[in-house]
Design a protein around this ligand. Structure first.
Ligand code: SF4
Length: 302
């Protein structure tokens, strides 16, 4: 499925959409945020949670979150500390703060309804180019190129014939995926989620399951003889012993307590005082933890 060039040098790609959409209809995971009738707010919450956390961990938190705060107005009426508490162990908890800030803005400036246009979506805290396009496509059925890591890898192999995607380049990635997206908005939205799903389940980073791939007969990487990856391999990120782990442990103490906690309670979570203090300072500067006048620590809005 290598690109051809028009007489003006413009790249054209044979259509991927049909086989990928047919595959999606028969093979996609049954994820609740994809069900018809899911509110734009529920879609937005799912996309923010999925930014850096796998589906299996997101599922229970997303369900609890939506039960408690079924609308932006419901979350906006609660404290940001409760949002941090509900975030649980999803990681990167500043997303909870930003989601709360987003709920407040939607409630105050958008009539309590998630906006549907890209500009307004992208102006919300924690909503970048990917999330804005995903919400516009999946919640509102619009035609956009939706480019996540899975799509970048799938397109790099299927269209460019590369073993792995090059370093992200927003404009180039958007233009390439845009050239593959069907014109009709409804089909465009299905293709976008289908390409993401194919990248997540079949065209995986370590071991693409090409025998199960609906486009294997046309994949540029296959046709090129599966050339090896070039460029540096990103080292696996260490977690144990990092400040990130310590931040998570300290925040877990605060999330698990209905009242403010003492410095001693935090010390019990991590013995290294220097690293603990450093982690605590960054939690406070991020707005995830506050210190009370009596010296105890709490989630904000406590
Ligand atoms: S044939 Fe293999 S490498 Fe090509 S798109 Fe499908 S899963 Fe990915």
């Amino acid at each position: 499925m290598a690109a051809h060039l028009t007489t003006t040098g413009e790249a054209i790609h044979p259509p991927l959409a049909d086989p990928v959409i047919i595959w999606y209809r028969g093979n996609a995971r049954d994820l609740p945020w994809r069900h018809p009738g899911t509110s734009p707010w529920a879609v937005l919450v799912s996309e923010v949670m999925l930014q850096q956390t796998p589906v299996a961990r997101v599922l229970p938190v997303w369900q609890s979150w939506l039960r408690r705060w079924p609308s932006p107005a419901a979350l906006a009426a609660d404290s940001c500390g409760e949002a941090i508490r509900m975030w649980g162990k999803l990681g990167y908890p500043r997303r909870a703060l930003r989601l709360h800030a987003t709920a407040v803005i939607i409630t105050d400036r958008h009539g309590a309804a998630v906006p549907s246009d890209l500009g307004s979506l992208q102006a919300l805290p924690g909503v970048g180019a990917y999330t804005a396009r995903a919400v516009a496509a999946f919640a509102f059925g619009q035609r956009h190129a939706v480019v996540d890591t899975n799509v970048r890898r799938f397109v790099a192999r299927a269209v460019l014939g590369q073993a792995a995607a090059a370093a992200p380049a927003a404009a180039r990635d958007l233009a390439l995926v845009e050239s593959l997206v069907p014109e009709a908005p409804a089909r465009a939205a299905i293709f976008s989620v289908a390409a993401m799903e194919l990248g997540a389940l079949v065209c995986t980073a370590r071991a693409p399951a090409c025998t199960r791939c609906p486009i294997r007969g046309h994949c540029a990487w296959q046709l090129a003889g599966r050339p090896a990856r070039t460029g540096p391999v990103r080292p696996a990120q260490r977690f144990a012993g990092t400040d990130r782990q310590v931040r998570g442990l300290l925040l877990a103490v605060l999330r698990g307590s209905p009242v403010a906690v003492s410095a001693g309670a935090l010390a019990a979570a991590w013995a290294d005082a220097g690293q603990r203090e450093r982690a605590l300072r960054t939690l406070m500067s991020d707005g995830l933890v506050v210190v009370l006048p009596d010296g105890r620590y709490a989630l904000p809005g406590h």
